[in-house]
Design a protein around this ligand. Structure first.
Ligand code: GCV
Length: 652
């Protein structure tokens, strides 16, 4: 059985300079106090400093005049690191460690107040307790088994979960979801019959200032509790949840709450009893409120039994249509968790318009750190630039401000990532996918950061500052490279149904999933205009609605998401759609070839096992990119009959 061993961005020599000083600690009481003591002890023992009781070069302490979830760094003689509570002090400590590695620990004078952009900084694990027949132990997991569960039970030894929690704390994560949002029979019982397991996991995260959450099944009162209904307005159902939640909080008094995927892809929900999603979410919110718990209610609701012949139904509209009428009806301890795009974590989608239309609802933006549709951790695809573009995008306000709740005056809000870790020795399967976990945390903490600077931080900490330029070149535009050799111009999908890896251009075309490209001999794309299509473009505020409505002003990279156009349609770039498809697919493969060569040239400068793992994955990336290129180019040459202007080889 393998377990992760790689240090990621926390190598043993991190903070060597800081660790050679005297450090005093006043961490108060509680589980994070011991964490800090051990961290400082280990660091100073390693590097010659000491944890002292009196005056010191570095003072780490609680201070009552700082807001919660915030810390202050002052340099006046001694370095003063202060926070209001233990969890914030742990995060502050890692900030100082990072600073000491990148800028020197006694760099410019403060005081600096560090306030996170996103109050909610959560990672959801799609881990099953029992291996699922189709999805395995971790749904959409590409890094080995679950860190938590194995073959139907919680692992006996959770020490690696502590190491994982340390990594998460170091990037500011404050919440974690312990199980898959698709809640199967075994996992539905965690809430009722698995509280010891839940308590053990919560105990592994607690010392690092991270609060735990459980995904629950909306039908649990029936499937687990034996009731005849799960109707949220039924008194016996409400009582059942109240009792279950009370028992949960007896076992784990500081538990965070629940995550719910309802009326989605076969998961039960309030629609089943003729109720709406506010009825469902608020019923759970009532059960949780006395304990200070919260409900993460997912907005990923659509009809996955669509008739492909039906051109009037548009999956992109589904969440908007289901949830905007409910704005203002959700309780204060409900957070609506909305995927960043209206479809499903494609390499390119417009921002979900729902995010700009829920001013009276707490929101969380969901992003997929696990690379389901972006190369499944076999391909290098650094997602920081995509997330940054989303967070800095504008709807009724900047998305980062909307989801944080600042734009709307809400008290809760933030971001949720679907985790990409597992038991793989490098944690993430592809070692360079660690950068996505890092970037998620860093952008959650400061959504305005430059994602390429975030990448450089990660490279410097994980490898060496000498390697920043070379590794940066390989990774910085890898998202755009992936986009080039896969589905073009925002059309999405074109993947093999089920596992979602590798090309299958018509794979979803005649299925019930609502994910179509409508390519025919004349053109391709989905008409989502108001004038002649599904009207989805009109769900955006101005000026976006008008920009998306007109194929001449619609951004190239989203053209086929919003419009069905002829292959000879000229993009804003000046190229035709068909020529863009050919060019980008040739370019994408050429760029992967460059990545392979650049990585090969680093042999000898990188730990051999890591170098070998990346090299092996790059070869698969190249094979896969070639397959994508050839299938996509051949498909469109056959459909359109229009040859490549540059006469390159396209198989017929
Ligand atoms: C957890 C996509 C994935 C599913 C996932 C779902 C979701 O459809 O393919 O595996 O299920 O999203 O986010 O709920």
């Amino acid at each position: 059985m393998t377990l992760p061993v790689h240090h990621c961005w926390l190598p043993d020599d991190l903070g060597a300079d800081l660790g050679s000083h005297t450090i005093s600690l006043e961490p108060g009481t509680g589980p994070t106090a011991e964490t800090l003591r051990q961290e400082i002890d280990t660091l100073t023992a390693r590097h010659g400093g000491a944890l002292v009781a009196g005056p010191a070069d570095v003072v780490v302490r609680l201070a009552a005049d700082i807001p919660t979830d915030t810390f202050r760094l002052t340099r006046a003689g001694a370095v003063l690191l202060e926070a209001y509570d233990g969890p914030s002090l742990v995060r502050a400590w890692f900030h100082l460690l990072r600073l000491s590695a990148t800028h020197g620990w006694d760099a410019p004078a403060g005081p600096e107040l560090h306030v996170p952009s996103q109050p909610i900084r959560m990672l959801d694990h799609w881990d099953n307790v029992a291996r699922h027949d189709v999805m395995g132990q971790v749904e959409r997991g590409y890094a080995g088994g679950s860190l938590f569960y194995r073959d139907g039970r919680l692992r006996d030894d959770l020490s690696h979960v502590g190491r994982y929690a340390r990594l998460l704390a170091s990037i500011g994560i404050n919440r974690v979801g312990l199980n898959n949002v698709n809640v199967h029979t075994r996992e539905a019982r965690l809430l009722t019959h698995g509280l010891d397991d839940v308590a053990r996991l919560a105990a592994a995260f607690r010392p690092w200032g991270i609060t735990s959450y459980l995904s629950v099944s909306f039908a649990a009162p029936m499937t687990v509790g034996g009731l005849k209904t799960a109707d949220p307005l039924d008194r016996t159902v409400q009582d059942w949840w109240r009792t279950a939640v009370a028992r949960l909080y007896e076992a784990v008094p500081d538990f965070g709450g629940v995550i719910v995927k309802a009326d989605s892809e076969g998961q039960p929900g309030p629609f089943g009893w003729g109720r709406d999603h506010a009825d469902g979410a608020n019923m759970l919110a009532c059960a949780l409120a006395p304990h200070g718990g919260e409900v993460f209610w997912r907005a990923f609701v659509y009809n996955h039994h669509q008739d492909w012949r039906d051109r009037s139904t548009d999956r992109a509209r589904a969440a908007f249509d289901a949830f905007t009428p409910l704005d203002g009806r959700f309780d204060d301890n409900v957070v609506l968790q909305v995927k960043h795009g209206p479809m499903d974590f494609q390499v390119r989608e417009p921002i979900a318009p729902l995010l700009g239309c829920m001013p009276a609802t707490n929101l969380a933006l969901e992003m997929q750190v696990t690379q389901e549709y972006t190369g499944q951790q076999r391909h290098i695809c650094y997602l920081g630039p995509m997330w940054s573009e989303i967070l800095r995008g504008e709807l009724s306000s900047e998305v980062a401000e909307l989801v944080a709740g600042r734009a709307t005056g809400r008290s809760r809000g933030g971001v949720v990532g679907v985790s990409n870790v597992g038991t793989d020795e490098f944690w993430t399967g592809h070692p360079l996918a660690q950068a996505n976990l890092w970037a998620f945390g860093r952008l959650a903490w400061d959504s305005g950061l430059d994602p390429l600077e975030v990448l450089d931080e990660w490279i410097a900490l994980t490898f060496d500052s000498d390697l920043v330029a070379e590794v940066h070149t390989i990774m910085a535009t890898s998202w755009q490279t992936y986009e080039k050799y896969t589905a073009p111009l925002g059309i999405g999908f074109m993947v093999r149904p089920g596992h979602h890896y590798g090309p299958d251009i018509d794979g979803y075309e005649y299925t019930p999933w609502g994910t179509y490209h409508f390519a025919d001999r004349d053109g391709i794309g989905v008409d989502r205009s108001v004038a002649s299509g599904t009207g989805f473009a009109g769900l955006y505020p101005e000026p976006l609605a008008s920009r998306y409505e007109d194929p001449l002003t619609c951004p190239d990279e989203l053209l086929l998401f919003f419009h069905h156009v002829p292959y000879a349609h000229r993009l804003r770039s000046g190229r035709t759609v068909i020529q863009h498809i050919y060019n980008t697919h040739f370019e994408g493969v050429a760029e992967v070839e460059q990545m392979v060569a650049a990585w090969d040239a680093l042999a000898g400068r990188i730990d051999p096992s890591m170098h070998a793992r990346v090299a092996e994955r790059l070869r698969e990336q190249l094979r896969s990119a070639i397959e994508w290129r050839d299938q996509v180019n051949t498909y469109f040459l056959r459909k359109s009959g229009i040859p490549d202007q540059r006469g390159r080889l396209i198989h017929l």
